[in-house]
Design a protein around this ligand. Structure first.
Ligand code: HPA
Length: 265
């Protein structure tokens, strides 16, 4: 059990979330959907990150959505903040320690799919680790050799797709390619990414997926498209644009997640 997990159990006796959720840029509002919410600042939880990027809060929200007890991480740390891919290690392991069997991740991403522009949502079905680093560097033991051949849970994807159909939300599946950031990609890199099979590009999520799979958690992830990837539109890329464009996609993700958690997870 992690030190943070012990603190959480002490502060919130009987806490037993089943689903952990890590919210990306612009998605902090999902925490408002949590009922009977208790918020613990990351600063009280050893190993949890300082939430460094504008648009990220930095607290763990415990409560329920529908019938499902959840633990919502409002804010994440990124590899590019310190050059350390293991910054989310304690967070993911703590979610597992306090009972989460499933981890759902959200992020903001650039789209390589012409038909999925800003405001759309992509359901990630696989990834390409183009940052070529691991949150598990330096770990000992055989469980560091994590199987990623079915990293994004097929049952959860099917449920989310059905929910999306019911809600009339377009939810194409796609491959997420992790770039280290914090700079955006060049048009040449995006052409290369396309050739390699990417549908979306972003600067997060993959380390948490690796950690969650190592911990034996089921994983699902959704990207909010904030922009067409570099070179695919005339708009210059900026963090301001990312934040501005996140709102429409965020509303869709919040509806999808809420409906998922209100059902039988
Ligand atoms: N590239 C990488 N990360 C991103 C992008 C992008 O185009 N948009 C939002 N996050």
């Amino acid at each position: 059990m992690t030190a943070a997990a012990k603190i959480i159990q002490h502060k919130v006796p009987g806490v037993a979330p089943r689903v952990g959720i890590i919210l990306g840029s612009g998605l902090g509002g999902f925490a408002d959907a949590v009922e009977d919410a208790i918020a613990l600042p990351y600063g009280d939880l050893p190993g949890f990150p300082e939430a460094g990027v504008a648009g990220h809060a930095g607290q763990l929200v415990l409560g329920t959505v529908g019938k499902t007890p959840v633990a919502v991480c409002q804010g994440r740390a990124h590899y590019y903040e310190h050059g350390d891919a293991s910054v989310m290690k304690e967070t993911v392991r703590t979610l597992k320690s306090i009972g989460c069997e499933t981890l759902i991740l959200t992020n903001a991403a650039g789209s390589l799919m012409e038909e999925s522009g800003p405001g759309s949502v992509i359901l990630i079905n696989d990834h390409i680790n183009f940052a070529a680093t691991s949150p598990l560097f330096g770990e000992k033991g055989n469980d560091r050799f994590v199987d990623l051949s079915a990293a994004y849970d097929a049952d959860i994807r099917e449920k989310l797709s059905t929910i999306a159909d019911d809600l009339g939300i377009d939810l194409p599946e796609g491959v997420y390619m992790w770039f280290c950031g914090p700079h955006f990609e060049t048009p040449a890199e995006i052409r290369a990414a396309k050739l390699l099979g990417a549908d979306a590009v972003g600067m997060s999520t993959v380390p948490e997926v690796i950690l969650a799979r190592q911990a034996g958690m089921k994983v699902a992830a959704m990207s909010i498209v904030t922009n067409m990837a570099a070179g695919m539109s005339k708009t210059a890329l900026s963090h301001e644009q990312t934040m501005e464009q996140a709102a429409e996609g965020a509303r869709k993700v919040i509806r999808l997640l809420t409906a998922y958690l209100e059902g039988d997870v």
